[in-house]
Design a protein around this ligand. Structure first.
Ligand SMILES: Cc1cc2nc3c(=O)[nH]c(=O)nc-3n(C[C@H](O)[C@H](O)[C@H](O)COP(=O)(O)OP(=O)(O)OC[C@H]3O[C@@H](n4cnc5c(N)ncnc54)[C@H](O)[C@@H]3O)c2cc1C
Length: 560
């Protein structure tokens, strides 16, 4: 029987559609041709297209169907035994299988691709991440743990854990945690209270870890203070812990609860009590914050790639919607102001991509010993800088993406609110924006880092010939020079700290603009494609130099 109150002709809106995320990316194709030798690209092309199809197709559909599922902690079995089992969502189980199969960690450690291995790895991450419900969180820590163990040269642990961490077989693949944050502080890790007590050849840990993501991992690296050690970061040491024994019993660990979080809700982030957890000391019994630094270098790079990848996903959805949603008689994309809004987001995404993959490229060089001193100095500066700027860009771009859907962007079963919430973690974990800004500007090797940054930006200027892009590159170089003058002026430390975020963002945005102009010129010279030019010009019209006068006394007055 026909329902006459609800006619078949009633307007319904089609959802945004995702195509192959490799083919549809407006920047990837040209960047790949420029960055990779043809033979390496030819070897990767098939798998990248496969991942692009998966991320925009089957896995994306599975992700939407999986929206209501979240991890579940079961602390007790039916007979009163404490078990602390965590069950993850179906999509997470699939993401784990795909991550192992496609070597999302392993690729970086395989010798065949030489210094291009990191690029190959992170292209896969870039494509898959937004459809993985942040399964990239445990993958980042796994990669960080592998690099950290290799750097320590601890043969026993390398032989034990590395084959698992870099496995392509889902049956033998392990992930790792990174347990640092305690209730006393995540930024100020030196205040950690977890104690390490020597027990025969090994150690036992006692304390509380306040944020431990991916508690389903098989191992972790963590920090604790060996008894008798001094306070502060210097007194901490780095330990290796296997989370369960061969029977699946927890290693002196109690999972007190899973965090009820704003986003990353598929990631089981737990509060843990360590009560006699068996552990192996990795590296010296002091300076654990230094020992764990290689892990942070890697996870910050993952954070940057995931930030760009979320921006790209948001824009892919927004552009699809703008093609089919009509307002005032026209598709949204034909409305000049809507087009201008999306174009601004595109420009940010291009800038963030080029900076992030410069960082990735330099890491690949470092790990294969094909890096000179200047590139090494640039890499050290770029690691915190890229993480902090891309985290902020991702939040700003994805927030605007939500608005570009109008009311639909605010509705849970579109999947868009999850994208926004997940993006919001990027400026927080792996070092907040402020902490990384200070890390950037107060480092002892800042001088060489700045010189390397200026060197890279000047190289961009040499590679650009189109007059408006020459002017834009000079504009960026001017901002860099002003920032360098401030940094080297020896200002009052309080003033320097108060201005650190704006200084760091200025350095980052100026570099992004120069990289954009350089790539745009390459695109023009290799086939006449002017989209890069449009991105560079658009980026140049957005604020690049963010430095302003700083007045800590006025700040304090305002905050009462
Ligand atoms: C979803 C999620 C998962 C996480 N997973 C893990 C995990 O697996 N392992 C782990 O170890 N941690 C994890 N964390 C913790 C995360 O790394 C910390 O929350 C983060 O480092 C900040 O530490 P905090 O929460 O103690 O904030 P605080 O350090 O208390 O910082 C509070 C505010 O003060 C600012 N601030 C701090 N110091 C300064 C300064 N000197 N100058 C200016 N401003 C400053 C910060 O920028 C921040 O805005 C996770 C967090 C989240 C949200």
């Amino acid at each position: 029987m026909q329902n006459h109150d609800w006619p078949d002709t009633l307007f319904t809106q089609s959802p945004p559609a995702l195509g192959n995320q490799f083919d549809d990316d407006p920047l990837l194709g040209s960047w790949l041709k420029r960055a990779l030798p043809a033979s390496i690209l030819a070897g990767l092309h098939g798998e990248l297209r496969e991942l692009g199809a998966l991320a925009g197709g089957e896995l994306y559909r599975l992700q939407l169907a999986d929206l209501p599922n979240e991890p579940v902690l079961t602390q007790w079995d039916a007979w009163g035994k404490r078990i602390d089992q965590v069950a993850v969502s179906p999509l997470w189980r699939e993401a784990e299988r795909l991550a192992a199969k496609h070597g999302l960690v392993a690729t970086a450690y395989e010798p065949e691709l030489g210094r291009y291995a990191r690029i190959a790895q992170f292209l896969k991450v870039y494509l898959l991440h937004p459809s993985s419900d942040v399964y990239t969180c445990p993958l980042a820590m796994t990669d960080g743990a592998a690099r950290c163990l290799l750097n320590t040269g601890h043969t026993g642990l390398i032989e034990r854990a590395l084959p698992h961490l870099t496995s392509r077989d889902p049956a033998t693949f392990w992930t790792s945690g990174q347990w640092m944050t305690e209730t006393t502080g995540g930024s100020d890790v030196g205040r950690s209270e977890t104690r390490a007590v020597q027990d025969g050849d090994g150690w036992r840990l006692y304390g509380r870890k306040w944020f431990t993501s991916a508690v389903t991992s098989q191992m972790t690296l963590t920090l604790a203070r060996p008894e008798g050690n001094p306070p502060g970061g210097k007194g901490l040491a780095m330990f290796y812990v296997e989370i369960r024994d061969a029977e699946g019993k927890l290693n002196g660990i109690r999972v007190d609860r899973l965090k009820d979080k704003l986003g990353t809700r598929k990631v089981p982030t737990a509060e843990l009590l360590l009560d006699g957890t068996r552990a192996t000391l990795v590296g010296p019994p002091l300076n654990g914050t230094r020992s764990i630094e290689p892990m942070l270098g890697i996870t910050r790079m993952w954070n940057s790639v995931c930030a760009v990848s979320f921006m790209r996903r948001g824009l892919a959805l927004a552009r699809s919607y703008a093609r089919q949603r009509k307002a005032f008689g026209q598709p949204l994309e034909q409305l000049p102001l809507h087009a201008d809004t999306l174009a601004g987001l595109e420009a940010e995404t291009w800038g963030a991509f080029l900076m992030t993959f410069l960082l990735v490229e330099l890491n690949g060089r470092l790990e294969r010993g094909e890096i000179d001193d200047e590139q090494r100095a640039l890499l050290r500066l770029l690691t915190p800088l890229t993480k902090l700027v891309t985290g902020k860009q991702a939040v700003s771009v994805v927030t605007e993406v939500i608005e570009s859907f109008g009311g639909a962007g605010y509705v849970e079963d579109t999947g868009l609110p999850q994208l926004l919430r997940d993006t919001h973690v990027l400026p927080i974990w792996e070092g907040t924006t402020n902490v990384l800004a200070l890390d950037t500007l107060l480092r002892s090797d800042l001088h060489s880092g700045l010189a390397a940054l200026m060197g890279r930006a000047s190289a961009c200027l040499r590679n650009v010939s189109e007059p408006r892009m020459v002017a834009a590159t000079q504009q960026a170089l001017g901002a860099l020079e002003r920032a360098a003058l401030v940094l080297e002026s020896g200002q009052d430390p309080e003033v320097m700290q108060a201005g650190a975020r704006r200084l760091a963002l200025t350095l980052a945005r100026a570099l992004q603009l120069t990289l954009l102009c350089e790539h745009a010129q390459w695109m023009i010279d290799h086939g006449g494609d002017r989209r890069g030019y449009a991105a560079a010009m658009r980026f140049a019209r957005q604020p690049v130099d963010l430095m302003t006068e700083v007045d800590p006394a006025a700040d304090r007055l305002l905050l009462g």
